[in-house]
Design a protein around this ligand. Structure first.
Ligand code: ITT
Length: 222
């Protein structure tokens, strides 16, 4: 029998990515729907504080006794904007969207393909928190890259169509711009390459993996 993890999220894209990841580990992820206003999103400047606050609240709404509940908070941190939108990514996406973000960076252009990636460097960060029935486990993941100069592709969700991940070496470590890695989108955004390629780079996958490694029942897949 597979283990069920209840994922508190309003974001269908995040739910799908978590389901894909846990399936390989013979674990099932179900969306946890709570009444509106059941969870108060804290005003905080870092993702871990947000995730810890949400899991502490979610523990009072377990669908069954002993159930495992998870939250995961992510954001896009653009270096040239001092980390904006960061913890405000959800609000930024629903107000200015991808085109608005591109406008904020429109002065950062360069003919040199390496220099422009440095000018427009950014990273996706994720913090996952899981209540395993006894304690809260935390996992963190990061994905380095750069913001494209135009919207590319329609796959994924949120800022995927403007985010170009940095190439990775054989061990999965990000490489500096201009170095071709064994894992590469060849300069294409997550919006072009789609979810299976995104999975190899994903901040979310890394956060979930770090979290799952702390579970006694964890048996890594292929
Ligand atoms: P929940 O808090 O209900 O889970 P949310 O959409 O608010 O859903 P986050 O706070 O984790 O999710 O993420 C904030 C926003 O950052 C999200 O709405 C997207 O616009 C963006 N984002 C997060 N992860 C992303 C990813 O993997 N790809 C593209 N955009 C992402």
């Amino acid at each position: 029998m597979s283990t069920t993890v209840w994922f508190l999220t309003s974001n269908a894209g995040k739910l799908e990515e978590a389901q894909h990841h846990f399936k390989q580990l013979n674990m099932e992820v179900k969306g946890l729907d709570l009444p509106e206003n059941a969870i108060v999103e804290p005003q905080a400047t870092d993702l871990e504080t947000v995730a810890r606050s949400k899991i502490a609240q979610a523990m009072h709404h377990l669908p069954s006794e002993g159930a495992m509940v998870m939250v995961e908070d992510a954001g896009l941190f653009v270096d040239a904007l001092d980390g904006f939108p960061g913890v405000y990514s959800s609000h930024a996406f629903s107000t200015i969207g991808n085109h608005g973000l591109l406008r904020l960076l429109s002065h950062l252009v360069d003919d040199d393909p390496v220099r422009i990636k440095n000018l427009r460097s950014a990273s996706f960060e994720a913090v996952a928190a899981l209540w395993d029935g006894e304690k809260v486990l935390i996992g963190k993941g990061s994905c380095k890259g750069a913001i494209a100069t135009e919207v590319q592709g329609e796959a994924g969700f949120g800022f995927d169509p403007v985010f170009i991940p940095a190439d990775l070496d054989d061990s999965g470590a990000p490489l500096s711009p201009g170095t071709l890695g064994s894992i590469s989108t060849h300069g294409q955004t997550f919006g072009v390459v789609g979810p299976y390629t995104k999975h190899q780079f994903s901040h979310r996958r890394r956060a979930l993996e770090e979290l799952l490694r702390q579970l006694p029942l964890y048996e890594p897949g292929e």
